[in-house]
Design a protein. Structure first.
Length: 269
């Protein structure tokens, strides 16, 4: 990034120049901007925070990137579709400003990691390499990757991962799932995956389920029951029987109605 020195600019003009550079280069660095504007790096960080709060950019380690380059373009980077993105947006309500969270693997969880607020008091634990990479783009968020055997999708499992989780306590666990049986139990495709999800469930005070995929789906192993969660977000909606059970248990349940679903119901205009 090449900058023309421009010391002494008012705040509004600095912001305009920063946004112009972002449009051109897709990323700006705090150190470069501070030197060009002849201001302290903390002044630039304050500028970037203000612009992020206004939805103009996303702060990343050492600088900032275009907001669209991570969140709006996230489907192109990961294969996430509208349902997974909408599930992630709903789950953001359970991300604490200060505290520790576990984020599971899968597209919805990767999307959630990309949307996290960049706060210094937030700690992220994950068993998924793509989630760790997305969360680590946040300048102030502390990210801890559990390690272990890595599968084709970047999910880590096995004894190494389980032992690491055994010593971890988190405030909130976000767990993804594509299968719910008739009794409202979440299923995983393999015992290895189920063991990690159950360990993360046990490590958390608050548990949030992100359920996506055709319902019902039959997995090989169950690892938790929906009525034991604090919140459940699902797309498509769960069966009427399962929904009734979890609502009676006082669970915060929301069926995410995506734009695709609405269009299918309404038909062509």
């Amino acid at each position: 990034m090449i900058l023309t020195p421009a010391p002494g600019l008012p705040v509004e003009q600095r912001h305009a120049v920063i946004l112009s550079l972002l449009e051109r280069d897709k990323r700006v660095e705090v150190s470069d901007l501070a030197e060009a504007f002849a201001v302290a790096e903390e002044t630039i960080r304050r500028d970037l925070r203000t612009l992020e709060q206004g939805g103009r950019l996303t702060r990343a380690h050492g600088g900032a990137i275009l907001q669209t380059s991570l969140v709006d373009d996230f489907p192109a980077l990961t294969g996430a579709t509208a349902p997974q993105l909408d599930l992630a947006r709903a789950a953001l309500a359970y991300v604490p400003e200060v505290g520790s969270i576990f984020i599971d693997s899968g597209e919805a969880c990767q999307s959630l990691a990309a949307m996290l607020p960049d706060t210094a008091g937030l700690q992220v634990v994950t068993n998924a390499v793509p989630v760790a990479l997305s969360a680590s783009r946040k300048e102030h968020v502390a990210v801890y990757n559990l390690g272990g055997a890595v599968g084709d999708d970047g999910e880590q499992s096995g004894q190494w991962t389980r032992e690491a989780l055994a010593s971890v306590r988190v405030d909130v666990a976000f767990l993804s799932c594509t299968g719910v049986d008739a009794a409202g139990s979440l299923t995983a495709s393999t015992p290895r995956a189920a063991a990690i999800k159950r360990a993360a469930f046990d490590a958390a005070t608050t548990r949030v389920a992100l359920v996506h995929g055709d319902q019902p789906a039959n997995g090989l192993v169950t690892f938790a029951t929906l009525s034991d969660f604090t919140a459940v977000f699902a797309d498509p909606p769960l069966s009427a029987a399962v929904e009734s059970t979890i609502r009676e248990a006082g669970i915060d349940y929301r069926a995410i109605e995506t734009r695709t679903t609405k269009q299918e119901e309404e038909g062509p205009s």
